[in-house]
Design a binder for this molecule. Structure first.
Ligand code: GDP
Ligand code: K
Ligand code: MG
Length: 281
C-alpha cells in the first residue's frame, strides 16, 4: 500500500504528542521533551488502505535556527521531506500559534492545520470561522481535541485528500509582505533562479525571504553555488535599501509583516466571547 509520511509540527504544549499517541494507539506518558535531548518519535499504522508513517517532532515557536528544537524541526522538513506537515495549533492562542503557520506557508510545503484544544475555544464561547481562515490561508483546518482523540479520523481523511490532491481548500498562497519587501523578495528570487542549479529543491521565494531575514542556514545552502556572490550582493543591496527606507532591521520587518498578516486574517474570522469571565473573589 502507499505510504504517507506525516510530520507533526507546532508550538510546545499545542497537543502534538496527545494526537500522536491516540493515532499510534500508544498509551505512553505524554510529556515535554526535556530540552537536553532533542528527539522525535515515529509510528506506523494502516488507515483506509494507506500506511501512515507519522513523526512527532519537538515543539517550536518558530522555524529560524536559534534553538536546537528549531534546527531539528527545520532540518527534518528539509531533509526528510514529509508528504504532509500537520501543524498542530492551540485554539486558545491563535495569534502566537499561527506565526509558525506563516513560516510553513513560506516553505511551500503541503500543510494541514489541526485546530487543537477546540474544546477550550468552545468553552470560552469564542467564535472562529476556521473554514474561512482555511480558505484565506489555502490550508484545511480540522478541529481536534487531542487529549480525547476527537477529530482524528477527519484529520486522517483530510490528510489522504491533500495527499491525493483532492482537497478543495488546499492552494499555495503567499504571505504578502507589503510592496517594498515584495520588491526585494522578487529581485533576490530572480538572482537565485538565475544563479543556481535546478537541483536545488527549495522554493526560491522561501530562500529569498530567509536571506532577507539574514538566515545562516539559507546562506549555507546557497554558498556552494558557483555564482553565490551574485545572490549575496543582491541580498546586501536589498537589505540596505529596506533598512534605510524603514529604519528597522529586515528580520524585524519580516516578523512584523507576518504578525500583520495574521492580525488581518483573524480580524475577518475571529470574535472573542463578549462574556467576560467573572473574577472569583
Ligand atoms: P505537545 O507539547 O504539543 O506534545 O503537547 P501535549 O500533547 O504534551 O499536550 C500538552 C497538554 O495539553 C497535556 O496536558 C494534554 O493533556 C493537553 N491537551 C492536549 N490536547 C488537548 C485538547 O485538545 N484539549 C485540552 N483541553 N487539552 C489538551
Ligand atoms: K495550553
Ligand atoms: Mg510533545
Amino acid at each position: 500500500s502507499k505510504t504517507i509520511n506525516i510530520a507533526l509540527v507546532g508550538n510546545p504544549n499545542a497537543g502534538k504528542t496527545s494526537i500522536f499517541n491516540h493515532l499510534a494507539g500508544a498509551r505512553e506518558h505524554v510529556g515535554n521533551y526535556s530540552g537536553v535531548t532533542v528527539d522525535s518519535k515515529n509510528a506506523k499504522f494502516k488507515y483506509k488502505g494507506y500506511t501512515i508513517n507519522i513523526t512527532d517532532l519537538p515543539g517550536t515557536y518558530s522555524l529560524t535556527a536559534y534553538t536546537p528544537e528549531e534546527v531539528f524541526v527545520r532540518r527534518f522538513i528539509h531533509e526528510q521531506n514529509p508528504d504532509i506537515v500537520i501543524n498542530v495549533i492551540d485554539s486558545s492562542n491563535l495569534e502566537r500559534n499561527l506565526y509558525l503557520t506563516t513560516q510553513l506557508i513560506d516553505m511551500d510545503i503541503r500543510v494541514i492545520v489541526a485546530l487543537n484544544m477546540y474544546d477550550e475555544l468552545l468553552e470560552k464561547g469564542d467564535r472562529f470561522d476556521y473554514t474561512m481562515m482555511g480558505k484565506l490561508l489555502g490550508i484545511p483546518f480540522v478541529p481536534t481535541v487531542g487529549s480525547k482523540g476527537k477529530g482524528l479520523d477527519r484529520l486522517l481523511d483530510t490528510t489522504i485528500n491533500v495527499y491525493a490532491e483532492k482537497d478543495k481548500v488546499t492552494r499555495h498562497i503567499h504571505v504578502n509582505y507589503g510592496e517594498e519587501i515584495e520588491k526585494s523578495i522578487l529581485s533576490i528570487q530572480n538572482e537565485i533562479k538565475k544563479n543556481t542549479a535546478i537541483t536545488i529543491n527549495y522554493s526560491s521565494r522561501y530562500l529569498a525571504i530567509k536571506l532577507l531575514e539574514k538566515d545562516k542556514v539559507a546562506d549555507k545552502i546557497l554558498r556552494n553555488e558557483p555564482n553565490y556572490q551574485e545572490i549575496r550582493n543582491q541580498t546586501d543591496r536589498e537589505v540596505s535599501r529596506l533598512e534605510n527606507l524603514f529604519h528597522e532591521d529586515t528580520e524585524t520587518l519580516i516578523t512584523d509583516a507576518k504578525y500583520g498578516f495574521i492580525a488581518g486574517a483573524l480580524k475577518e474570522t475571529f470574535k472573542e466571547s463578549s462574556h467576560k469571565k467573572r473574577l472569583v473573589t
